[in-house]
Design a protein around this ligand. Structure first.
Ligand SMILES: [Zn+2]
Length: 334
């Protein structure tokens, strides 16, 4: 019997949502298949797991699209649930694969990091220590997401082309406009179908959850500032339907963008309040704001990375200060 959750849904004429399983929460990712008359476009790939590939295969069959009918694969960003099966699908379809150059570089970085045990990456460990993360308490193998270095993440490391802001891709009857929306990842892009007034949003705009925005070891820039700017930017588009990578299709992209901006304003205020009590490391601020319930080590780390993104933006805006003390970065009220 076919699992109904995996039945593709025709959201709009010739635009199909395919839900693929993920091993952890969120438990599924939506990828989108577009009938362009003379060929198909696939937005995102799902993970490279047997379960996901089987679900994709049966969905394509239901829709009536053969693998070789897919002419173009676009990845909104480099994360495993979006780009993990790109190598396999490139082989299987012969399609052209596009991703933003910054995310192609991230995929390469992840693959190279995965090939070295974390204990042999002194720069990562120094970063964790500097921000107050008690690394001695945690087994190193739990400090990485479980998919890292496994078959579930097999990104295409030499994509055929790079996405960039305002790139127009004409495929058969459709015109796809790429809008660069950095924040969740540095090269995150959304796909705007102007004629259909549809926005394929990747993880930039999700109806129920807040996309993770974090500052990681070896990162440059200010990802939270970029994310907030990208939330302003997409409000300029005329959109009737948002197709997110997680959760149901929704309307009112502007309302959701404003909610996410407000969410981050409130969270920032909580962090600044913590600093008003006493100067803290990023880990301590994360602990105070996100709570101390038991959770996987990687989530504790992600909370610290997210806190760091906030603190760095607050410092850049003069709302907080940072000082280095005994090899640790301490944040304090401005
Ligand atoms: Zn993502």
């Amino acid at each position: 019997m076919q699992d109904v959750r995996n039945a593709p849904v025709e959201i709009s004429t010739g635009i199909f949502e395919i839900s693929l399983p993920l091993p952890a929460r969120p438990s599924s990712v939506n990828i989108y298949l577009l009938d362009c008359g003379s060929g198909w476009v696939l937005v995102d790939t799902g993970m490279n797991t047997p379960q996901s590939l089987a679900a994709l295969e049966s969905s394509l069959e239901t829709v009536g699209c053969r693998f070789q009918d897919i002419k173009l694969i676009i990845a909104t960003h480099h994360h495993p649930d979006h780009f993990g099966a790109s190598s396999y699908l490139r082989e299987r379809t012969g399609a052209t694969v596009y991703i933003h150059a910054k995310d192609a570089a991230r995929a390469q970085r992840l693959v190279s990091i995965a090939s070295t045990p974390i204990t042999q990456r002194p720069e990562s460990l120094a970063f964790f220590r500097k921000h107050g993360f008690p690394i001695d308490r945690y087994p190193p193998e739990l400090m990485r997401p479980s998919w890292m270095g496994t078959a579930a993440y097999q990104p295409m490391l030499d994509p055929d082309g790079f996405l960039e802001d305002n790139l127009q891709l004409e495929v058969g009857t459709r015109l796809l406009r790429i809008v660069w929306t950095p924040g969740h990842s540095p090269g995150h892009c959304v796909i705007y179908l102007e004629r259909e007034k549809i926005l394929i949003a990747g993880d930039h705009l999700l109806p129920k959850i807040t996309p993770h925005v974090g500052l990681y070891p070896e990162d440059e820039g200010n990802p939270l500032r970029e994310f907030l700017n990208s939330l302003q930017k997409i409000q300029n588009l005329d959109v009737q339907l948002v197709l997110p990578a997680h959760g149901p299709v929704f309307r009112d992209h502007r309302g959701r963008a404003r909610q996410l901006i407000e969410h981050h304003r409130v969270r920032k205020q909580k962090m600044l309040n913590v600093l008003k009590e006493r100067p803290c490391s990023a880990f301590e601020v994360a602990h105070a704001v996100f709570g101390d319930e038991e959770r996987p080590v990687f989530h504790t780390m992600a909370a610290t990375f997210e806190t760091l993104a906030h603190l760095e933006l607050a410092c850049a805006k003069g709302e907080a200060l940072k000082v280095e003390k005994n090899g640790q970065i301490i944040y304090q009220s401005a």
